[in-house]
Design a protein around this ligand. Structure first.
Ligand code: SF4
Length: 370
């Protein structure tokens, strides 16, 4: 039984109806509970719950402190390539966009990571557009083997793979895989995705293959603004709960990138406000106390400052979202525009000033050696 079977049983319109018909009384009843579960999510994400945002924030902060202490983990992405075989209408790397295509060599990737190592990072995320030809599995394994000697965590966000490929990467030292479903609405998914990525079921089953391969971390997420975000995030919460139960040895992380304008003129279908995005974070934290909630540099400094420690437990810092961005002054096209351009040291200082501890390294292979 896969999560795809669960999704197939659910009518997205019904989910939407449930969320938008929640009453103020229902919200109050949930907020009075001592224990929460994923079935409460649609209530906490509802428009009715928006009126209780302060109570949601207080609860989220309390739970975050209990489960994660005053810590916020830091990581940085390294873009290997902007080549992609897909045509996702919202993305600047879309195969149809006439942009300069760049794929870094192994040495160039290592040189980029060296910059990050010197900045203090011990967790890097290797990212690329979806091109097996330009960024083969073997290259990722080769790079990871080298990086593993210096970095405590090397996670990967590239294209979905089969189980054998994931097992190979796991043995090569990759610690985590992130694959976002973008939207859980099958019809809208078909509208926005062309190319191999258009296979909704294969993509949705990917986190399960990463769980089977035994990665320490599984990352999922949806694009905020592609569809009705309240409905999509309800599916994300269900997906997360499913994976956390089935692959309980793996740490589950959730990202919710808010859509921005991209090369090709794509404008978000739904504009999601800061207040609404904050509600997403609080509701996820309340029903999924152990999930890592990730906020990238897509978001502006003020919003990131405010969310640190009251739900968010992991942040990227000083990110460049174009291949070669850390070393070259002139830049190729970014996958998305970075809104928080502060240096990693400035992010660390900001966290400390808010009585939080920036965590550059939270694991060592020594723990599982032998
Ligand atoms: S979102 Fe990913 S798969 Fe789609 S065009 Fe961009 S890089 Fe390629």
């Amino acid at each position: 039984m896969s999560f795809v079977d669960e999704v197939n049983k659910i009518d997205p319109d019904h989910i939407k109806e449930c969320i938008y018909s929640v009453s103020d009384d229902e919200v109050r009843q949930v907020l009075f509970k001592n224990r929460f579960n994923v079935n409460d999510f649609h209530v906490l994400i509802s428009p009715a719950a928006s009126a209780h945002i302060e109570a949601l924030a207080a609860l989220s902060k309390k739970i975050t402190l209990l489960r994660f202490g005053k810590t916020v983990k830091l990581y940085a992405p390294v873009y290997i390539s902007n080549e992609c075989v897909n045509a996702c209408s919202y993305c600047g790397f879309n195969i149809n966009n006439k942009i300069e295509r760049i794929t870094l060599s192994k040495d160039e990737v290592l040189a980029e990571t060296e910059v990050l190592y010197k900045q203090g990072f011990r967790h890097v995320l290797l990212v690329s557009g979806e091109s097996r030809e330009k960024v083969p599995v073997e290259l990722i394994a080769e790079i990871t083997k080298i990086l593993s000697k210096k970095f405590a965590a090397v996670s990967v966000e590239v294209y979905p793979m089969n189980i054998q490929e994931y097992e190979f990467l796991s043995k090569s030292g990759v610690t985590g895989i992130a694959v976002y479903q973008e939207t859980y609405n099958r019809e809208l998914y078909a509208e926005f995705h062309k190319g191999p990525k258009a296979d909704f079921d294969y993509r949705l089953k990917t986190p399960e293959r990463t769980g089977e391969a035994g990665f320490r971390e599984i990352g999922i997420g949806a694009l905020i603004g592609l569809s009705d975000f309240r409905s999509d995030m309800t599916f994300v919460a269900m997906h997360a709960a499913y994976l956390m139960k089935k692959y309980w040895k793996s740490q589950l992380s959730i990202s919710f990138p808010r859509l921005r304008r991209a090369e090709g003129g794509f404008a978000p279908v739904h504009i999601v406000s800061d207040r609404e995005l904050a509600q997403v974070v609080f509701a996820l934290r309340i029903v999924l106390p152990d999930a890592d909630l990730v906020l990238s540099t897509r978001e502006n400094p003020e919003f990131r400052n405010g969310m640190a420690g009251i739900g968010i437990t992991r942040m990227s810092a000083g990110s460049k979202t174009n291949p070669g961005g850390y070393l070259k002054a002139e830049s190729s096209l970014e996958q998305f525009e970075v809104a928080d351009k502060r240096l990693p040291s400035e992010i660390a200082e900001m966290l400390i000033s808010r009585d939080l501890e920036p965590v550059w390294k939270d694991f060592d292979p020594f723990f599982i050696a032998g």
